[in-house]
Design a protein around this ligand. Sequence first.
Ligand SMILES: Nc1nc2c(c(=O)[nH]1)N[C@@H](CN(C=O)c1ccc(C(=O)N[C@@H](CCC(=O)O)C(=O)O)cc1)CN2
Length: 282
Amino acid sequence: MSAISLDGERLAARWRAGIAADAAALKARGIAPKMATVLVGDDPASAAYIGRKHADCLETGIEALDIRLPADATRAELLEQVDRLNRDPSVHGLMVQLPLPAPLDEDEALAAVAPHKDIDGLHPANLGRLLAGRPGLLPCTPAAILGLLSDYDVPLAGRRVAILGRGPLVGRPLAMLLSLKDTDATVTLLHSRSPDIAGELRRADVVVAAIGVAGYVTAGMVKPGAAVVGVGISYTADGRMVSDVAEEVTEVAGLVTPPHGSVGALTRAALLRNLISAARPA
Ligand SMILES: Nc1nc2c(c(=O)[nH]1)N[C@@H](CN(C=O)c1ccc(C(=O)N[C@@H](CCC(=O)O)C(=O)O)cc1)CN2
């Protein structure tokens, strides 16, 4: 038996259509939504993500500023750019692409973004709101995963969700989002020191893998009929992109994401949803 494919690309196209309509409505009121991205260095994967974010802006009628700094940019240069964008009233939202080259401090860069322009949803104030149960701008990949599960009517209330990976971009904020009162999932956050990871995954109705270890989640770790979302990616020696979820999982799961392009496309759409929220007058 083959699992249903959790098609994030298709849902992302629907989200982008809604974003385009929202952007047009804002423009009719004299507000031209504008995003800025800051990329430091020349990491090819980061440059590709930025390129796709700007292509989405073009498609949805959102203005976009593409700020590039050299890999040896100083802390002061980066913070100055962020401060300039924070103070620019024509820019409604901005994001600093991660990872940053050493020795730049990622936490400092995320905290330098004005919370009301933080379309990544990664500023401590926005993460704190999530923790307090009063979410503001949502972290994009967790919002994308929730949207994907909801689009396929995957029940969450009272269900067990196992999240593999406690990283600040996906695992930790997703655990908070899923345990909010209106979601009511029972969340287990697993990491490299967790005992019996395979047993925990087998008990789960929903599995989210965000560790960046190729093919870690195998068919034997998945409860028959479960929904499985692969977020983490890694690269083989010959440059092939590989998911955390082994292809054989499709024979056991009820629903599973394709190897790539599903959560990534929705993550970008979630960024633009945040931008529209940030651009809307209070
Ligand atoms: N400031 C930020 N930096 C980074 C983020 C982020 O959200 N904000 N996330 C990643 C990079 N990224 C977006 O920028 C991103 C990459 C990959 C995925 C994803 O879910 N995986 C894809 C697979 C890869 C692909 O096809 O591109 C998928 O399965 O759909 C989400 C977000 C680090 N930096």
